[in-house]
Design a protein around this ligand. Structure first.
Ligand SMILES: C[S@@+](CC[C@H](N)C(=O)[O-])C[C@H]1O[C@@H](n2cnc3c(N)ncnc32)[C@H](O)[C@@H]1O
Length: 373
């Protein structure tokens, strides 16, 4: 299979008119789900079973409208239908239910609000500019967005942390770390590690609230900083740069890489997690191409980038030994791996590597696989 033939889960390649119709009308189920969330339907259903007339009275909508909505929600699996009654699925009763501790309200709010924004896509296509409503530095917006990021990654972060070997690392900087969900996962996995989460002040307030509920939170420090305009104080063994690359332009990221290199100890590692494009034409994974549309709608200069171009920026900045770290399928934040780059080691280490006296077959095989992308 050629890399360009890879398919994402969202849609098929469109060749016929029927394919096109199916792709366009795929908006129907998302709209049904969003209507249910706008109605707080999963919260209203809670742990009970409901007939349509009772539920319609409770949520104050028409019986006809609710019957058709609920039938579709049951068809999709988020509600369960038995005879004439409906109840929540496990997902509906937990993550979608505002009365449950696992409710992911801020993230649901963020992604459902995108429905209206995507409806204005042509405005951004014409202007090349984001829609007008997001204020990245406005504290209320930042707070809600930061909780949304926590809800987005709270299950993924421990799985990623379990697969990244930080043995020997004493310090980690979570750059643009938002809620610090990843920093907390690395701390929980590595009992002697100390981490610093660096972000805007309103994001750090959320990170502090989350860390205060974890034992490992005592090993987390906070660094308010504009990472694009200010130097990074201190030096670290590892810098974790997750989901920030796509917010900025190639030039911004190249400058950031130079700052990051200056903040790494010799031989230290920069780990970049993002929606990398991996095929020669820069089209796939599908999710990475579609995510660029969000960057058009919500950022001034953001985009998604190929692993190959990011690797070139890293080398220009002075990083060495760049490779792709593969995560197990189904555990990833984004498909196809995390980029790792090293700051040049001490002279002795670099000499030893060049003369071949430091060898790691695992490193070398991963490195070779990584360079094909
Ligand atoms: C999409 S979130 C990612 C959060 C977290 N790293 C993750 O992977 O879930 C991007 C984060 O980068 C932060 N960020 C973006 N630009 C920044 C800047 N110039 N200075 C400090 N933080 C910034 C945002 O405030 C936000 O918390």
């Amino acid at each position: 299979m050629r890399a360009d033939d890879r398919r994402g889960p969202v849609s098929r390649r469109i060749a016929t008119f029927d394919d096109l119709r199916d792709a366009i009308t795929a908006y129907r189920l998302p709209r049904v789900l969003i209507a249910a969330l706008e109605l707080n339907l999963f919260t209203a259903i809670g742990t009970d079973s409901w007939t349509i007339p009772d539920l319609a009275r409770d949520v104050k909508v028409s019986e006809r409208g609710l019957a058709i909505l609920c039938r579709n929600l049951a068809m999709a699996g988020v509600l369960k239908k038995t005879g004439e009654t409906y109840r929540n699925s496990r997902l509906g009763a937990t993550a979608l239910n505002a009365h449950h501790p696992a409710f992911r309200g801020d993230y649901l709010q963020l992604i459902t609000s995108h429905w209206a924004d995507w409806g204005r896509l042509l405005e951004s296509v014409k202007s090349g500019l984001p829609l007008d409503h997001d204020e990245p530095d406005e504290p209320d917006y930042r707070r809600r967005f930061t909780w949304a990021m926590h809800h987005r990654t709270l299950e993924t972060a421990p799985k990623i942390a379990a697969q990244i070997n930080l043995r020997g690392a004493r310090t980690l900087l979570d750059l643009g770390g938002g809620p610090g969900t990843y920093a907390m996962a690395f701390l929980a996995k590595n009992p002697t590690l100390r981490a610093t989460v660096c972000d805007r002040p309103a994001a750090l307030d959320v990170a502090k609230e989350i860390a205060s509920t974890h034992k490992a939170g005592a090993r987390l420090a906070y660094l308010p900083l504009d990472v694009m305009t200010e130097d990074i104080p201190g030096t670290y063994n590892v810098i974790w740069y997750s989901n920030v690359l796509h917010i900025y332009s190639p030039k911004d990221n190249q400058a950031l890489f130079r700052h990051a290199l200056a903040a790494l100890n010799p031989g230290g590692r920069l780990l970049i997690q993002d929606a990398f494009l991996h095929d020669r034409n820069g089209l796939f994974p599908e999710e990475a191409s579609l995510f660029a549309v969000s960057m058009l709608l919500f950022t001034e200069r953001g985009n998604t980038y190929s692993a190959a171009e990011t690797r070139a920026w890293l080398m220009d900045a002075g990083f060495e030994r760049i490779r792709v770290l593969r995560m197990k399928r189904g555990t990833e934040d984004w498909e196809d791996g995390i980029l790792e780059a090293r700051s040049p080691g001490t002279n002795a280490e670099t000499r030893a590597r060049r003369t071949g006296s430091v060898k790691s077959s695992r490193f070398r095989s991963l490195h070779l696989r990584g360079t094909g992308r």
